[in-house]
Design a protein. Structure first.
Length: 257
C-alpha cells in the first residue's frame, strides 16, 4: 500500500543511463547477502528446534520415570519443572538459559539422597542423572545457536542496498501502468525479504510450535495448566487454544478462565 501511494505521488522523470547498471549491481549484491544470512539463520533455527525438543522431551521423561520409580518425590519434581518452565517464559527462547539455571538444577535437587530400592529404581535414578548432563549441554548450545547472526553493520548494509533498489525501481518507471505495478511489487518483495530475515534471525519464524506449544506439552504431561506469559499475549504473538490457562510472570501467575 505504501509503495502504491509513492508510485502515485512521485512524478515520472527521465532516468540517467547509469541507473539500470546501478540497479543490476545492487540487486546482485543484495540477493547474495540476504540469501547467505537467511540460509545461516535457518540452519541455526533448525538446530534450535532440535535442542528445544531434546530439552522438553527429557523433562517429560524425567517426570514419568520419577513417577514410576520414586513416587514419593513426584510432587517436588512436578513443582520444580513447573517453576522452571514459567521462568523460561520470562525471556525469549535465545535468552532464557542463563537466568533459569537455578530453576533448572532445582529439578534435580529434588532427587538428592534418593536411593533405589531395586535395580530398576537405581537404573531410573542413573537415567535422570544422565539427563541432567545432556539437557544442560543442550541448554548451553541453545544460547549459542539462538543468538542473532545479523548485527548492526549487516543490518545497515542491507537497508542501504534495499533502499537503493527501491529508489532505482521508481526512478526507472515509464509512463505505463505496468511499469509502476512492477516497481511496487519488486519494492514490496525487497522489504518482505528483510522482514523474513528479521523473523528467522530473531527465532520468531514458526515460534508458535517450537517455542510455545512444545513447552505446553510438558505442562500437560505433568498435570499442570498451560501457561502463557503476559508479554507474549499482549504482543499478539500467540492466541491460546484453550479457555483455561495461566498467565503473568514468574513472580505473579494468575489463572484465566
Amino acid at each position: 500500500m505504501v509503495f502504491a501511494i509513492v508510485a502515485y505521488l512521485v512524478p515520472i522523470r527521465q532516468a540517467s543511463p547509469e541507473v539500470p547498471n546501478v540497479l543490476a549491481a545492487t540487486a546482485i549484491f543484495y540477493s547474495i547477502l540476504i540469501g547467505f544470512y537467511i540460509a545461516s539463520a535457518m540452519t541455526n533455527l533448525s538446530r534450535l528446534k532440535t535442542l528445544v525438543a531434546t530439552e522438553t522431551g527429557a523433562l517429560i521423561a524425567i517426570y514419568h520415570i520419577v513417577k514410576l520409580s520414586l513416587p514419593e518425590r513426584i510432587k517436588q519434581v512436578r513443582e520444580a519443572i513447573d517453576r522452571y518452565i514459567i521462568k523460561r517464559f520470562d525471556y525469549e527462547i535465545s535468552d532464557y538459559t542463563e537466568p533459569t539455571t537455578e530453576e533448572f538444577y532445582a529439578i534435580f535437587d529434588c532427587l538428592k539422597g534418593a536411593k533405589g530400592k531395586s535395580d530398576g529404581e537405581a537404573a531410573a535414578i542413573n537415567y535422570v542423572a544422565e539427563s541432567m548432563y545432556y539437557v544442560a549441554q543442550a541448554r548451553r548450545e541453545t544460547s549459542i545457536v539462538g543468538a542473532k547472526i545479523v548485527n548492526g553493520v549487516s543490518s545497515t548494509l542491507l537497508y542501504i542496498l534495499s533502499g537503493i533498489i527501491i529508489v532505482s525501481l521508481f526512478v526507472l518507471r515509464t509512463p505505463g501502468f505496468e511499469s509502476s505495478l512492477v516497481a511496487v511489487f519488486l519494492s514490496t518483495a525487497a522489504v518482505l525479504m528483510l522482514l523474513i530475515l528479521h523473523d528467522v534471525d530473531g527465532n520468531r519464524f514458526g515460534e508458535e510450535q517450537y517455542a510455545i506449544d512444545t513447552y505446553q506439552d510438558v505442562l500437560r504431561a505433568i498435570g499442570k495448566e498451560e501457561y502463557y506469559s503476559s508479554h507474549i499475549l499482549k504482543g499478539f504473538r500467540y492466541q491460546p487454544k484453550t479457555r483455561h490457562y495461566r498467565t503473568g510472570t514468574s513472580d505473579h501467575v494468575v489463572l484465566k478462565s
